[in-house]
Design a binder for this molecule. Structure first.
Ligand SMILES: [Mn+2]
Length: 374
């Protein structure tokens, strides 16, 4: 081609390399390099945080689909900790998802691991030894005190704080890889985006919106309905009753420190539920979980109160580990024991710091007592 010919070429014939396609190519290249010539018999291990929520579950399924259908490699999802929340269990059941447990993992079967919806260094995230971490996909603020350069050592780290759900990031990889999501995968991704962005009402970006509608179009509507309204165990109603009677309002803050609870997702669910109350702009809910040996904490704010992450840091006062994004933050404090006095002492500290951070008294109220919800 002569110089003159080239200048006459329309601009569209030489598009700039697309960032998304480069990201897909880089991820694939990292996997292929790690798999090496043995790649055909070893698998990729896909991991997320303990007690996975719909965004974590959907992201795991999306990456598994991309790696298997898009890249032609084998992949296996493994989880740690039981899934308790009825909606999350319904997601796993309705979509017939198959997860291994950590105890079943044999490092010899895997050429590497991928971590989704969390990062190395978070308290609720465990990485099996002897399996190299090749990639991270997440949308949380990186841990406050990560071990030096942990994320820098990951060959493919895609952490985007402006995105509402990790499932959205995974959707973009599928889109840019030209890999069609199956109905099951689209349903799982849709449930993840819907859960983390409360149907695009919080922390949501343009890409979240595109992913939400695209995945909804491809998803199984009847399964979405089953997942949203699953049957609830009887204990759910007694814990709900307990939470409502323990919760106290201090101006715009509602504080519910529940003592012992059956599972950590209940704490997050109550935080979401209470934040819907008129006049409530921020919520702190906590409970001790025997199975984990942790005191689990969820913090929610509305847009007027801003960032959950720095608020959580102040409520914790240096204890435990925490993570968050936008108006959501979660934390865990390791308990020395599950005795009532240990739990009460943790709750006293949390209450004091939460009230000092943002609590305000209503007229005629006793200091620090708060107002019951009913
Ligand atoms: Mn998420």
């Amino acid at each position: 081609m002569t110089e003159t010919d080239r200048s006459q070429q329309p601009e569209a014939s030489s598009p700039a390399p697309d960032f998304g396609m480069l990201a897909v190519a880089h991820f694939r290249c990292v996997l292929e390099e790690a798999a090496g010539p043995e790649g055909d018999r070893r698998k990729l291990l896909i991991l997320t945080h303990r007690g996975p929520d719909p965004d974590a579950i959907g992201s795991c399924e999306g990456i598994r689909h991309l790696v298997q259908e898009g890249f032609g490699m084998q992949a296996q999802v493994a989880t740690v900790g039981r899934i308790h929340r009825a909606e999350n269990l319904a997601l796993v059941r309705a979509l017939d998802l198959e997860f291994s447990t950590y105890a079943e993992i044999d490092p010899a079967d895997y050429f590497g691991a991928v971590l989704v919806d969390t990062q190395p260094g978070f308290g609720h995230t465990f990485l099996p030894e002897d399996i190299r971490l090749l990639a991270v996909f997440d949308h949380h603020v990186p841990p406050a005190h990560p071990k030096d350069g942990v994320l820098d050592a990951v060959p493919h780290a895609d952490v985007r704080l402006g995105i509402g759900a990790t499932a959205t990031i995974v959707y973009e990889y599928l889109r840019d890889a030209g890999c069609q999501a199956s109905g099951h995968v689209a349903t799982a991704l849709f449930c993840g985006i819907r859960y983390d962005t409360a149907d695009l009402s919080r922390n949501s970006s343009e890409l979240d919106e595109e992913a939400y509608y695209a995945m909804f179009r491809e998803s199984h509507r009847d399964l979405i309905c089953d997942i949203q309204h699953p049957p609830l165990p009887r204990v759910y109603y007694s814990e709900l009753h307990g939470a409502l009677s323990v919760a106290r309002q201090h101006g715009a803050l509602v504080l519910a420190l529940l003592g012992e609870v059956s599972h950590p997702e209940f704490v997050a669910e109550m935080a979401d539920f209470i934040l819907r109350m008129k006049g409530c702009s921020w919520v702190v809910v906590g409970g001790a979980v025997e199975e984990d040996g942790d005191y689990v904490l969820s913090l929610r704010t509305d847009s007027a109160f801003g960032n959950a992450y720095p608020l959580m840091s102040r409520v914790l006062g240096g204890d435990g580990s925490f993570g968050g994004h936008g108006h959501i933050a979660g934390a865990r404090i390791t308990l020395d024991d599950m005795g009532e006095s240990t739990i009460q002492s943790v709750e006293r500290g949390l209450r004091k710091r939460a009230l000092a951070t943002l609590g305000s008294q209503e007229e005629g109220e006793l200091p620090a007592a708060g107002r019951p919800l009913s």
